[in-house]
Design a protein around this ligand. Sequence first.
Ligand code: GDP
Length: 417
Amino acid sequence: MGYVDVVLGLQWGDEGKGRIVHYLSRDYDLVVRFQGGANAGHTVYIGGQKYVLHLIPTGILHDDVKVAIGAGVVVDPEVLKDEINFLNEMGIDVNGRWFVDPRATIVFPFHKKEDALFERKDGIGSTKRGIAPAYRDLYQRFGVRVGDIVNNKHLDRVLKKQLEFNNIILKHFGEKEIVEDDIKEWLLGFREFLAPVLRDVSLLVKDYISTGKRVLLEGAQGALLDVFFGNYPYVTSSHTVTGGALVGAGFGKEVVRRVYGVFKAYTTRVGKGPFPTELNDDTGEKIAELGEEYGATTGRRRRVGWLDIPLLRYSMWLCGVTHPLMTKLDVLEGLHMVKLATSYRINGGVYDVVTPTLYELEKVEPLYETFGPFEGIKNARKREEFAPEVKRYISKIEELIGMPVEGISTGKESDLI
Ligand code: GDP
């Protein structure tokens, strides 16, 4: 029997999952995306060349790995086509190596427009990729799904329903209404591109597993952005935890072997929402510069803060992490003082894990332990070569999360140590 391993972000996204998935995926046969859409941006460096992928799993960068987009993903066909063209231009042969579940939902241009209109009115920091409106329409039961492209009669019916609603919104904002024929033409322009890659990803995984193959699930965003369990409303529109992986790709828990949880050696957050360990000083600025904390999708400067153990404990619980992985430890090199939030004080009580509702997170006071100086990270081949205070930092984290950190990344292209 084969198995499934899952890679998830444990913070507010941008933990370096793309790079971790790329590193791990040489040991897998199939890599699957299960939620979100082109709002994710996974960055991988290979031999100094930068690859940013939004929809296609980064496993595609290994010749012998196949990739799939599961039913839980919302797919912007324009982005997907651009990405496939980009990979072709980079000399990566994608032929026969990528699949899309017919049940994945289409993101239309009007979804992106709506996203921008709502963001202008009541912004929560959307990437304006149309993700939330596409999920909304799916749950409203008039979403158009990728498989509808090959079924003309059905397509007419679902498009009509979809447009009826979207035109009400556009009209409300004083925007031009969508003409059904135009949008149908736009969509059918992708028929030739998408029809050959439609594949039931749930059954594809079943086939792989029953023939002894290994499947890796690639999460986007992070556990603290989960639509149920993040700091609502500053969340993404999908499920970023292990349960979401099972639902979005389509199978039960029995086949899951490991859950890799990826976290940075510090914390970042994009857009609004509470951030108890945020640094609004020169140290924050320095970490942002050294860590190149600018969004792959939006170019926005990420907010930066210290590593937050109460939140990490919470997301590890949500995801059932078996293998924690830490990234970007090298970014802290050279800092004389590094702080670790070990617990929170709330209303006089001290807590080591907290359910991060907005209300609670806004009034917590993080309690810190201090470490430093941080040296000997970038050139280290093994953990023993880290400076004593770096080793103490890692041991403290391991003690507080109750398990060893399985791998540490100390550079964009470095091996995990
Ligand atoms: P993702 O959304 O979780 O895949 O994260 P992003 O790709 O948005 O951001 C991760 C960024 O950090 C990318 O530019 C990676 O090349 C970079 N990165 C990943 N791991 C490391 C690391 O250990 N050290 C450094 N310096 N950069 C890293």
